[in-house]
Structures are given as structure tokens and as C-alpha cells.
Design a protein around this ligand. Structure first.
Ligand SMILES: C[S@@+](CC[C@H](N)C(=O)[O-])C[C@H]1O[C@@H](n2cnc3c(N)ncnc32)[C@H](O)[C@@H]1O
Length: 297
């Protein structure tokens, strides 16, 4: 049953479809880039905090490689599923909001915020608070791993692919009258396609000048800060609830981390197979994400 709460994260991730999908995803284990980073970062006697643990994918994979895992999520349904599928007895689940961590200062060796957890924090002040909280609970010498959807990736590539797909899909379904109408709006898709095209040319002066305007005309734009958008644009086949989303630039995440007191150990772009399920598999190849390792001196 859906959880009853006005919080858009709880509404979206509390949906049975979301929980089932993350349960399936948890079975696939770590992404290749996570395996490489976690193997370097996590030692046998480490205490690890997993923020936005979902159905326990990371906790399940790392439980045998460290001393203890504290896995935290806002959504009860996710935690319930995670408890079922993570058999290890050194994993402790907590229901909490990551912006206010119920954890003592300087107690964690490693903190994981993989799989774009921080993209869900759409208010700038809360992003600052979260970074400060993460810094507070990390031991001196400890490390943090984050991945984030890149601003450029989502408002560019995904919107182009998504609108192209929907235009093609609308054509296909209009040829089959018996099939249910998908509700696609051709002209909105076209403006989304054009906006995506312009946004994707970052070196162009014209594009930089009109970047903000372009992002506003994209269907689904919901925020008032550059980078905010509505994830339902690409996940509406999957969950009936909208959830705001904030995409990052290198500059924003670097300044959040540095202001909290972190040293940036590594920051890079990586590509992964996107989980945007409204797109067919063959065009889901290029999710452009930022991968970062932070250290506390
Ligand atoms: C994209 S899912 C990733 C789940 C898991 N890390 C994985 O890779 O399978 C993001 C998770 O973050 C959780 N989340 C989002 N905002 C949160 C917050 N402020 N506090 C705690 N959990 C949050 C959601 O409930 C969801 O389970």
C-alpha cells in the first residue's frame, strides 16, 4: 500500500511499482564504477553509512566487506523490502531524513550517496545542510562517495531522446486505433526536442545566453533554480507521482563540498545505462553522471 504522507519523495518511492523496481535492481548488485571505488574505499573494520539506501542494493553488496552498515532511507516500504533482501546481521536500517542525520558526530568511516541520492534534495539550503551533516558525522580521515545526475545530461540528452521516442511512439500508436492513446503532445515534444538540442551545445554563446529560457520551455520543468526539473517527465510510465529533482553542475557540487570543509579527492564524468524506463533499451545508453570522492582532513 502507498504510504500516506505529503512528502513527494515518500509518495513517489513509497509506490509498490517503485519498491518492486528497486528490489529487482538490488538483485543486480553494484555498478562497475561503484565496485571499483568501493573496493578502494571500504576496509574490513569500517563503519559505513548508506544514505538513500532504497531496497538495500549497496548495503547487500558491501555488508561482507566492512564491520557495520547503517542504511538510511525516508521510505518505510523501501526499508521493509531491504530488510527482507539483505540477510547480513551487520546491517542496521534507519528511517530518517538525510538532511537531519540521527547519527553521532565523527562516527562513520565511509558515507555512500551513490545513485543520485542528492538529486532529490531540491532546496539549496537543504543541500547545504545535508553536506554539513555528512561532514559532521564522518570521522576525520573518512571518505564520501557521491554520484549525481549532471545538469547537462538530463536537460539535454534525456529530453532529446525522450521527445524523439514519444514522437515515434505517438506515430506508432496512431496507426493502431484500438491501442490506448499515450497522451503525447506533438508540439510540446518538438519544443522539448529543440530545447534539448540547444542546451546540448554548451560552448555556443547563444545557447548559454538562452539556456535558462530553454530549460523553462521543456515540458516538466518545475523549479525556480537552474537545474530543477520534474522527474515524472521520464519516469511517468513507472510511477504516478511526480517528484522534484535537482541536477548539478561540477561547480555547484564542488562548492557545496568545499564549503562544508571537504577536500575533493576525485571528480569526473561517467556514463552508465540509464534507468529511465520510458525509453527503449537501445537508447538508454548514455546517462551522464558526476562521480565524486570527498575526504575529511
Ligand atoms: C534513486 S533511489 C536509490 C536507491 C539505492 N541507493 C539504489 O541504488 O538502489 C533514491 C533513494 O533515496 C531516498 N531518499 C530521497 N531523499 C531522501 C532523504 N531526504 N532522506 C532519506 N532518503 C531519501 C529515496 O526514498 C530512494 O529510496
Amino acid at each position: 500500500m502507498p504510504e500516506h504522507c505529503d512528502n513527494p519523495i515518500v509518495k513517489k518511492y513509497g509506490q509498490p511499482q517503485e519498491i518492486r523496481a528497486f528490489m529487482e535492481y538490488a538483485k543486480t548488485g553494484l555498478e562497475a564504477y561503484e565496485k571499483a571505488v568501493f573496493a578502494r574505499m571500504i576496509k574490513n573494520d569500517d563503519v559505513v553509512l548508506d544514505l538513500g539506501c532504497g531496497a538495500g542494493r549497496e548495503a547487500k553488496a558491501i555488508a561482507g566487506t566492512c564491520s557495520r552498515v547503517y542504511a538510511l532511507d525516508l521510505v518505510q516500504g523501501m526499508l521493509r523490502t531491504a530488510r527482507d533482501i539483505v540477510p547480513a546481521d551487520n546491517v542496521y536500517f534507519m528511517r530518517a531524513d538525510a538532511t537531519y542525520l540521527p547519527v553521532r558526530s565523527s562516527t562513520m568511516d565511509v558515507i555512500l550517496m551513490s545513485k543520485q541520492f542528492m538529486n532529490h534534495i531540491t532546496v539549496l539550503e537543504q543541500r547545504r545542510i545535508t553536506m554539513n551533516e555528512v561532514y559532521r558525522v564522518l570521522k576525520p580521515g573518512g571518505s564520501v562517495y557521491l554520484t549525481l545526475h549532471n545538469n547537462l545530461f538530463n536537460i539535454g540528452i534525456v529530453h532529446i531522446l525522450n521527445s524523439l521516442y514519444k514522437i515515434l511512439d505517438a506515430k506508432r500508436t496512431s496507426r493502431k486505433p484500438a491501442q490506448q492513446n499515450t497522451g503525447n503532445n506533438g508540439s510540446t515534444n518538438l519544443s522539448s526536442l529543440l530545447a534539448g538540442y540547444f542546451i546540448l551545445r554548451p560552448r555556443s554563446i547563444i545557447v548559454n545566453k538562452y539556456r535558462r529560457t530553454a530549460s523553462k520551455i521543456i515540458k516538466g520543468y518545475s523549479g525556480n533554480e537552474a537545474g530543477d526539473w520534474d522527474i515524472s517527465q521520464v519516469s511517468d510510465a513507472f510511477s504516478p507521482y511526480k517528484s522534484p529533482y535537482h541536477n548539478y553542475t561540477f561547480k555547484e557540487i564542488a562548492s557545496l563540498a568545499l564549503n562544508a570543509g571537504f577536500r575533493i579527492d576525485d571528480i569526473r564524468d561517467i556514463w552508465e545505462l540509464s534507468h529511465h524506463r520510458t525509453l527503449p533499451k537501445f537508447i538508454r545508453k548514455g546517462a551522464f553522471i558526476i562521480s565524486i570522492v570527498l575526504k575529511k582532513a
